[in-house]
Design a binder for this molecule. Structure first.
Ligand SMILES: [Zn+2]
Length: 85
């Protein structure tokens, strides 16, 4: 699992002779955007690891969604039982 958001951007590199100069076939850039000690940080992700990082961020989101569902179920249970004790 990884914290934060996975971001994919397309950009021009700035070289006038590059394939990206015409505005087509831009370069893909991958970033991991994370709050570190309350401050937003952005980390470059190498293209070779983009799929891995993307799926680890997704995995964490699913984990958090599942945890939130369980917590809400427990809240309902708690509210139901509270008055009977
Ligand atoms: Zn380029």
């Amino acid at each position: 699992m990884l914290p934060g958001s996975f971001v994919q951007r397309s950009r021009k590199c700035g070289k006038p002779t590059c394939r990206c100069a015409a505005g087509e076939k831009l370069h893909a850039q991958f970033l991991l955007s994370v709050l570190v000690e309350g401050k937003p940080k952005t980390f470059h992700v190498p293209a070779a690891r983009a799929d891995e990082v993307r799926s680890k961020v997704e995995q964490r989101k699913r984990f958090e969604e599942a945890a939130a569902r369980i917590a809400h179920l427990n809240l309902r249970r708690f509210l139901r039982r509270k008055g009977n004790q």
